[in-house]
Design a protein. Structure first.
Length: 177
């Protein structure tokens, strides 16, 4: 009996976390929200949202202490999330409000739309830069003629080389240098 209750609560926890991940994915992909609002949303979803009771009511000062913002800045970011329709706020007492999330905004269709935009952006970036060139994050795709040169930088990252210059190799990775 206890084992079944644990499985039920674990399933409820995982289901709630999946909803949180989906909603956070949509929030992160929203170009109208500033970075601070996205950080505050993630903090509320993953650090303060109680998956058993569904309640979330930290003060703005508490959230600010966690993310390194002033309480008024947190309030401004939460107001942005409310305006965007991701969050509902009900005043509680003193400086606290109950935060509830608009789970519909993180539905399957919204997440699929985000991933379609990500795929489109990746495909567009690949066609603009060509294959084998360094991306924004220093990640490379193997091109014919490229192979690991056996060199490992200080972070343990193997650099890729192409025989294209007078020394016989061309370091493709600049990570850690």
């Amino acid at each position: 009996m206890l084992y079944n209750r644990c499985l039920e609560s674990q399933a409820q926890f995982l289901s709630c976390r999946l909803l949180s991940l989906n909603l956070h994915t949509v929030i992160l992909a929203d170009p109208k929200l500033c970075a601070g609002a996205k950080v505050v949303a993630g903090t509320l979803l993953f650090l303060f949202h109680n998956t058993k009771s569904g309640q979330c009511f930290p003060t703005n000062a508490t959230v600010g202490d966690v993310v390194g913002m002033h309480a008024k800045t947190v309030s401004k970011h939460i107001s942005g999330l409310v305006r965007a329709g991701y969050v509902f706020r009900d005043p509680r007492y003193k400086n606290s409000s109950i935060t509830d999330f608009n789970w519909v905004k993180g539905g399957d269709e919204a997440v699929k739309a985000v991933w379609a935009r990500v795929k489109e952006a990746r495909d567009g970036a690949k066609s603009r830069r060509g294959s084998g060139t360094e991306s924004r994050w220093g990640i490379h795709e193997m091109e014919e003629g490229m192979e690991p040169n056996g060199g490992v930088d200080i972070h343990g990252i193997v650099t890729l080389t192409r025989e294209s210059n007078s020394r016989g190799f061309w370091p493709m990775s600049t990570v850690g240098r």
